[in-house]
Design a protein around this ligand. Structure first.
Ligand SMILES: Nc1nc2c(ncn2[C@@H]2O[C@H](COP(=O)(O)OP(=O)(O)OP(=O)(O)O)[C@@H](O)[C@H]2O)c(=O)[nH]1
Ligand SMILES: [Mg+2]
Length: 167
């Protein structure tokens, strides 16, 4: 079976672990337990007529002092860059991670997830910044790990991108 490693990246507390839990186990918890290092999950899904095993690396968030370890990214076919829609600074963290990744592992497919879409009333992301990143080639999806909104679809979209790239 085709196996593809994908990574979840982004600032602390944006919802990386919650998105994986929603996708793999169909559950959500309000309790925040920060990820230490990395946690690896696996989920098999169909992409067209093919079965693909997604090996999902849920990587600890980063901030000014703790950068994502490059060694975790090796062999990744693609990644989800997660932003907390209620904290605009997490969009800048994502932009900085994105710059570094392209330098380290090359231009592999990615999707930017604006997570916590259920809290949309508290959103504070500058639309012009989103547009500027779209102009640089970013694709944004709005997700909620809490309601499940667009979570399955986003993983499926990335799986399709990383599978198509190989053929
Ligand atoms: N309302 C709402 N809360 C969310 C959502 N996703 C995550 N959270 C909450 O945000 C907090 C952080 O979620 P985590 O999934 O642990 O975030 P993380 O990105 O894995 O954090 P680190 O492992 O520390 O980098 C938790 O309290 C979650 O319940 C969402 O879509 N909506
Ligand atoms: Mg986590």
């Amino acid at each position: 079976m085709l196996q593809k490693k994908i990574c979840l990246l982004g600032a602390f507390g944006v919802g990386k672990t919650s998105l994986v839990r929603r996708y793999v186990d169909t559950i959500f918890s309000d309790t925040y337990l920060t990820t230490v290092g990395v946690k690896i999950d696996k989920k098999v899904m169909a992409v067209g007529s093919e079965e693909v095993a997604l090996i999902i690396w849920d990587i600890a968030g980063e901030d000014a002092v703790a950068a994502v370890r490059v060694s975790y990214l090796r062999g990744a076919a693609g990644y989800l860059l997660v932003v907390d829609g209620t904290r605009p600074e997490t969009l800048e963290t994502a932009a900085s991670i994105q710059g570094r990744i392209t330098a380290e592992i090359g231009a592999v497919p990615f999707l930017a997830l604006l997570n916590k879409a259920d809290l949309v009333d508290d959103w504070a992301l500058p639309p012009e910044r989103i547009q500027a990143l779209e102009a640089e080639g970013w694709t944004f999806r709005r997700t909620s790990a809490k309601t499940g909104d667009s979570v399955e679809e986003s993983f499926a979209e990335l799986a399709t991108l990383v599978t198509a790239k190989q053929q």
